[in-house]
Design a protein around this ligand. Structure first.
Ligand SMILES: [Zn+2]
Ligand SMILES: [Zn+2]
Length: 135
């Protein structure tokens, strides 16, 4: 191997190392960013089911992609009676937007056996039980 080939090999190795560092730096940066997820919500302003691309850390309510108002709350479902609903909201201490209660209960049967609706099917508007809006 002559000198020229050695130099070229050196450059190739340096480039590969740089690319590797770049790759890891980038993927590391992405891992630190909270990634957006699609959240099943109901918009209290337009009274419809909406899928909202939001970060976990975004304050609720989310901005509705249909009407642009900050009135989209995560949709819950009752595991006992199958109702789809947003629970009655509570005034937040700082007063800007009402918030979901910590321990919501089903507005139809009163059960506390409720959780986030994580299905893929949109829920028709006439099946949603929503509190009045604006509060
Ligand atoms: Zn809306
Ligand atoms: Zn229920």
């Amino acid at each position: 191997m002559d000198k020229r080939n050695l130099t070229l090999t050196g450059i190739a190795v340096a480039l590969l190392a740089a690319a590797t560092v770049y790759y890891f730096t980038r993927s590391g940066a992405q891992a630190r960013m909270p990634s957006k997820v699609s959240v099943n919500c109901a918009c209290l302003a337009c009274r419809k089911f909406v899928g909202v691309d939001a970060k976990i850390t975004d304050p609720k309510p989310f901005t509705c992609p249909l009407c642009g108002q900050r009135a989209a709350y995560p949709l819950l479902m009752c595991r006992d009676c199958g109702a789809y609903f947003v629970p009655n909201l509570e005034r937040s201490p700082d007063g800007e937007f009402p918030q979901m209660p910590m321990a919501p209960s089903c507005p139809k049967c009163g059960s506390r056996n409720v959780g986030a609706y994580v299905g893929r099917e949109p829920i028709p508007a006439d099946k949603l039980i929503l509190p009045k809006w604006p509060q």
